[in-house]
Design a protein. Structure first.
Length: 120
């Protein structure tokens, strides 16, 4: 799960940065506010890469997805990109957990097989 989720989060890192460049063109938004929000979101996406397997890591990832979708109120294209990355996040968590389960059962089967009578 860690690899799939981290890949999604790193992709979001770049999307957040590009969204900041687009938001910077809006005269109604202060540049310092845009870059403060973007910096926090970008830092969160990178920090979450190391926190995925810890308690609350996946939930923080979902909060980041909601934040990306909500940023569509300032950069309308982010409604689409936020929804796209929310789908990728779901797939990363869902299929990552399935892959982890398959790896664990395979490792257990290998451990049982090597402990059999032919191991000696």
């Amino acid at each position: 799960m860690r690899v799939l989720c981290s890949s999604t989060l790193i992709g979001e890192f770049f999307v957040i940065g590009f969204a900041g460049l687009v938001a910077m063109k809006d005269d109604t938004l202060a540049m310092s506010t845009v870059w403060t929000v973007c910096a926090v979101a970008m830092a969160l996406s990178v920090l979450l890469c190391g926190m995925i397997t810890r308690p609350g890591g996946v939930q923080l990832g979902w909060a980041l997805q909601l934040g990306l979708i909500a940023s569509g109120f300032f950069v309308p294209m982010m409604f689409f990109l936020g929804a796209l990355f929310a789908g990728l996040w779901w797939a990363s968590v869902h299929y990552g957990r399935r892959i982890d389960d398959i790896k664990a059962s395979w490792a257990a089967a290998q451990a049982q097989g090597s402990a059999g009578p032919d191991a000696a």
